[in-house]
Design a protein around this ligand. Structure first.
Ligand code: HAM
Length: 477
């Protein structure tokens, strides 16, 4: 802005002597967006403080959608056994430099970093996974039963170029499961995010890949760099720099010019060690058990450095393959993160969904039926399982019930029946389904009436119809 204009404005900002009703004169609003942009002055020419670029106000008229997202996140997280964590918006800048990594756009270009009054180098958090890992170490959560499962709902900050669905302050609903490397955790996180989106009336498409261990990636990088060097002249200017600094990031490039080179690049799955390949196969098997459809996308590497093995992203069905801007969310495994931050070697995985993008999808789908009464008490059951075989079968039965519209609470990491029945009482479920080793072998399941304590053994195939009758009679009573 020219200096002359600034000087003029300062003069005008003096308070008028007499107060007159504020009449807002909009000088410019080129984007015609819902958020006011550009300079605004009242009738006296007094400048009204502007909304910062890339920021937005969430107005009372939008509260319905935000409330729905919060309550759905809360219900589903609790049902899957996650406890809420709230970490500060301000963190040491080094937390993200060490975890998200130098060479990533988030750290190199987008972090809001500044010195506070004590001259400490701090930043507005650009994401929350590193914060949750820090909290895990600082609070000695290693001594709690593993994995420690936590969810969060809050704002993140990235000084990105604002455009549709991309803000400088945005909100995420995320969940992290730290302390256990069983692939069932990856599948459970994916299904948590998947069901969150579905309960909000969105049809998610899951994109899935594995980027293996650091060793697998080192091997792959040699191959990828060799290939990209032969295609250097076809790459955009930014990718030419990436090729030198961090060749894996070339696979994230959205520039049209680079797409055919990226598509034809060597596939990272071919460089996976046997253990990473088996791990990935297990995740896929669990997703098949859960009837979660997925698209295997070999170019999916994610833009943050801490990932190992499983990586995934969610898109909205209509948007399909879309650009990174349209990803509703993403996540993956980060088995080296806690150790990188000074903790013991501890595996972990998680996801985060961008709530502005989810809110936009909800509004677009408003004419579709959205489930509103997720807490209708009669229509909810608790699913208790005992033993590994039962846990695996439970995954399948739970999804069957959920698809048929029964709200099903469970916590797959709990092993004692007593604990699970306590949770069933906490959620005020009228019935608990109990599946043990014997029931898995017999193809049966126990339905326990939580009020009378009476238990009935039923055929798993007839579970839904028997349960429906019981729920119906409760509703009619
Ligand atoms: P991310 O892919 O950087 O992952 O962000 C997750 C989601 O946040 C994106 O898919 C998008 O929906 C939303 N998002 C990101 N940047 C913006 C923006 N500038 N404006 C609006 N929405 C945005 C993470 O943040 C990881 N911490 C996810 C994770 C959790 N991985 C493991 N655990």
């Amino acid at each position: 802005m020219p200096t002359k204009k600034i000087i003029k404005k300062k003069k005008e900002e003096k308070k008028p002597k007499k107060s007159t009703p504020t009449k807002i004169v909009k000088k410019e609003n080129p984007q015609k967006s819902e958020q006011p942009s550009g300079e605004q002055r009242n009738a006296k020419g007094v400048r009204i403080p502007a909304l910062l670029r890339g920021m937005k106000d969430i107005l009372p008229k939008d509260e319905g959608v935000w409330k729905k997202m919060y309550h759905t996140a809360e219900n589903i997280s609790e049902a899957y056994g996650f406890g809420r964590i709230q970490t500060p918006v301000l963190e040491e800048a080094s937390l993200f430099i060490r975890s998200v990594g130098r060479g990533t756009d988030v750290v190199d270009k987008e972090m809001y970093v500044f010195e506070d009054r004590d001259l400490a180098k701090i930043c507005l958090r650009p994401e929350a996974t590193a914060s949750v890992a820090r909290a895990y170490i600082v609070h000695g959560m290693v001594s709690l039963p593993q994995p420690v499962k936590m969810w969060y709902f809050g704002s993140m900050f990235r000084h990105d170029r604002p455009q549709a669905g991309r803000y400088r302050e945005f909100h995420q609903f995320g969940a992290e499961s730290i302390g256990d490397r069983d692939p069932v955790n990856d599948a459970e996180l994916i299904v948590t995010a998947f069901n969150f989106l579905k309960e909000l009336g969105i049809s998610p498409v899951l994109h899935l890949n594995s980027i293996g261990t650091a060793d697998d990636r080192a091997k792959y990088l040699v191959e990828l760099s060799g290939y990209l060097r032969t295609k250097r002249s076809y790459l955009c200017e930014e990718c030419k720099k990436r090729l030198l600094k961090n060749p894996l990031r070339v696979l994230d490039c959205k520039n049209e010019q680079c797409q055919s080179t990226i598509e034809e690049s060597p596939q990272i799955v071919d460089s996976l060690s046997e253990s990473s390949r088996n791990f990935f196969m297990k995740v896929i098997e669990y997703l098949d058990d859960l009837s979660v459809p997925y698209v295997l996308r070999h170019t999916l590497v994610r833009g943050l450095d801490y990932y190992t093995d499983t990586v995934f992203e969610f898109y909205e069905e209509e948007t399909g393959e879309g650009s990174a801007q349209s990803a509703l969310g993403g996540g993956g495994r980060y088995d080296g993160l806690v150790e990188e931050l000074g903790g013991r070697p501890t595996p972990g995985c998680g996801f985060a969904l961008g709530l502005e993008r989810v809110a936009y999808a909800i509004k677009r789908n408003l004419d579709k039926e959205v489930k509103t009464d997720v807490k209708a008490k009669n229509n909810q059951v608790y699913f208790a399982q005992l033993g590994e075989q039962a846990r695996r079968r439970a995954l399948y039965l739970i999804e069957d019930l959920r698809h048929a519209g029964t709200v099903t609470y469970h916590n797959l990491s709990k092993t004692s029946l007593k604990n699970q029945l306590e949770l069933a009482n906490k959620y005020e479920c009228p019935y608990t389904l109990i599946l043990g080793q014997k029931e898995v072998q017999d193809g049966t399941i126990i339905i326990r009436d939580m009020e009378s304590g009476i238990q009935e053994i039923v055929d798993q195939k007839k579970l839904k119809s028997i349960l429906d009758k019981k729920i119906q009679s409760l509703t009619n009573a």
